[in-house]
Design a protein around this ligand. Sequence first.
Ligand SMILES: [Ca+2]
Ligand SMILES: [Ca+2]
Length: 367
Amino acid sequence: MKKNLMRVCVSMLAILMCAASFASCGSSEEPADTTTAATTTAATTEATTQATTEATTTTAATTTKKETTTTTTEPPAPPVEEVKDGLIVFYEDFNSYANTDKTEDALKAIKWTKLTKEKDGVYSESDAEFAIVDGRLYYDNYDAEALPEGDTRVRGKDSYYRIDMLVDDYMKPISMGKYTLQYDLEYTDSKSISRYAVVITECSADGQCYNSFHFRIGGYGNNQCHFYGSWKTYDAFDPATDLYVASTATDAETAATKGTPISFKLLGKYYNKEDVHMFANIPVTIRQQWDPEMGHSCFMKTAEMKDFVQVSEPSVNADGPMYIGWDGWAVQFKIGATIDGYIDNIVIWTGHGAQPSGKTVTYKPAA
Ligand SMILES: [Ca+2]
Ligand SMILES: [Ca+2]
């Protein structure tokens, strides 16, 4: 109940932030004037009414509570289809594409589309390069040397890519229940210890909100959502479970109070700020299990490890789970600034069971 009330507050915050961003984005043709204040008030009133309604009816609320965005006079939205476990939703191993080092050809072949600040509202974009190399996708967004004079490309910024199949309509029924996302990463170079590439999930169409478990090349990470310009964290350190993924403990003593870092769980090495490229050229697999109430639980292994080890679990003592509920379901690829590397074997399946056998997509969205 407490969580539901918190989410109502968060929903109100989201509405207010939308209103605020409209106000601050007023163009010269349409100056932000007193009508903005009226809109904000209306939004607040509606949200308050909705909050009151929700707060008094949440005892029996289940997953449908997040759907309540219209007034009670509207007919109810059609129920989201229920999807059974063990269906393959997405499978991309890049094995069927010819090698190419032309970015445009690579993205066209795999049906990914670069998102832009102007059209898609994403925070940043970069002239990252892509290549298909022997059945893997290579991304290059880091230049070890300065660009030659006259080269005006934007390099090394955060950059976002739509995976054309994994848009809102396709993913929504999946994300309303539990699903598993898995993919392989192998970083090759980066400017700094904190850089990463990541498959982000629950991405909103306005580019403002998404979930991100970003594994950094130096062997640590974060399990977070990006929510209207700020990061909220899903996990928290608990010595009983030791599943706080942001730990940068440098020895056993600090690990006992901050948590065991990914680097130790996978390689037996503590965080070391001098070891900038600890995970360069070490293939890893990331698996995350989505729970629509709590967020993603995250697991990792190196190619040498037989079994996954859990690195993160959402916690009721963290703020992230309270923020779930924005209307966004797409799955996208993000390059976290200055990094190069490979991605391969991106698979999504329903439920939290073992990976289904085969490569064929068996999930069929309702017509
Ligand atoms: Ca492959
Ligand atoms: Ca490079």
